[in-house]
Write a new protein. Structure first.
Length: 319
């Protein structure tokens, strides 16, 4: 890729991830100030270009851009000329011609952000593409985990997650979050086990560097973190589970299951949560849940990504 952008966690590698997490550390401090805003990207414009529904990712990118003093533009396919038949290419070229500096692209098809990056001058950030990747969610998750571990250990956040055992549970097959998290957690040294019925796991995990299991109760005693995924109903083309009740019974973090877990086991979910299916409402709000930290971290890591892509060299050097 010639122009800087962020399409995949794989493009970052361990060093790129650690660099962004360090930058995010300083932006998380900005968020704690009475006026949580810095002038770093004054005069730059960030457009969110979303062809698929979103609450947190779009608002998180827009919040991140605003805290860096960038201008923001919001494009949502449902209220645009896409409904009149305008093509993806014409749409993004139109936005590009308006002089936007970065486009955050979300689309139901894998590979769309990469295509867009080939058409526009703006830096392109993948805001979630089909079943492929969601790199900034994975960065938010790594940031959250390192913070949680530092809180527990009483020290500064470490650069790696070595020795941490994470179970990613549920609809891994259709989850871009899982794909990006496997790459990012793996790069930082965590051990990942994917848990779900065979129908909801990828047909092959060769080369993923993960373990696979089909019994949640067996795995729960062995891990430090349980990361629950939503069933991606909009991507299911056939019946992957006999019934949601049965799914919850076997793979949901129900109240009964949570009661049996050690107190220090952490619970994560990228949202949107379907309470009562993959996670019990009370468990989602309990002390072990990192769901709100994940959202908070999302803003800090997206500030880091936008800053790294859009700040001029002298600003990046602190000048
Ligand atoms: C996820 C997504 O859209 O990929 N949500 C998010 O961005 N935090 C996961 C999901 O939709 O289940």
């Amino acid at each position: 890729m010639s122009r800087p952008g962020l399409l995949s966690v794989a493009d970052l590698g361990r060093e790129g991830i650690v660099e962004l997490l360090h930058l995010a550390d300083s932006f998380a401090q900005v968020a704690a100030r009475p006026i949580p805003k810095v002038p770093a990207l004054r005069g730059r414009t960030v457009a969110t270009v979303f062809y698929e529904s979103s609450t947190r990712t779009r608002l998180s990118f827009e919040t991140a851009a605003k805290r860096l003093s960038a201008d923001t533009m919001t494009f949502t396919a449902q209220t645009s000329s896409v409904t009149k038949g305008e093509s993806l290419r014409d749409t993004v070229e139109t936005l590009d011609a308006m002089g936007v500096d970065a486009m955050v692209v979300r689309h139901a098809s894998a590979g769309v952000p990469a295509r867009v990056a080939g058409w526009v001058r703006a830096a392109v950030v993948n805001g979630g593409d089909g079943e492929h990747e969601h790199p900034t969610q994975a960065l938010a998750d790594c940031f959250t985990l390192r913070e949680a571990l530092a809180r527990r250990g009483g020290g500064q956040p470490a650069d790696d997650l070595k020795g941490l055992r994470v179970a990613i549970v549920g609809d891994v097959r259709h989850s871009r979050v899982a794909r990006s998290d496997v790459l990012a957690l793996g790069a930082l040294g965590a051990e990942v086990v994917l848990v779900g019925p065979p129908t909801l796991l990828p047909p092959s995990t060769e080369g993923w560097g993960v373990a696979v299991a089909h019994d949640l109760d067996e795995v729960l005693g062995e891990v430090d973190v349980v990361y629950l995924l939503r069933i991606q109903a909009e991507r299911l083309r056939e019946a992957f589970v006999p019934s949601l009740e049965e799914y919850t019974e076997r793979f949901g973090l129900t109240r009964a299951r949570a009661r049996r877990l050690p107190e220090e086991l952490l619970v994560m979910h990228p949202g949107p949560m379907v309470r009562g299916v993959e996670i019990d409402a009370e468990v989602a709000g309990s002390a072990r849940s990192l769901v709100t930290s994940q959202v908070r971290s999302g803003v800090a890591v997206r500030m880091a990504v936008l800053f790294r892509l859009l700040a001029r060299a002298e600003e990046r050097a602190g000048g």
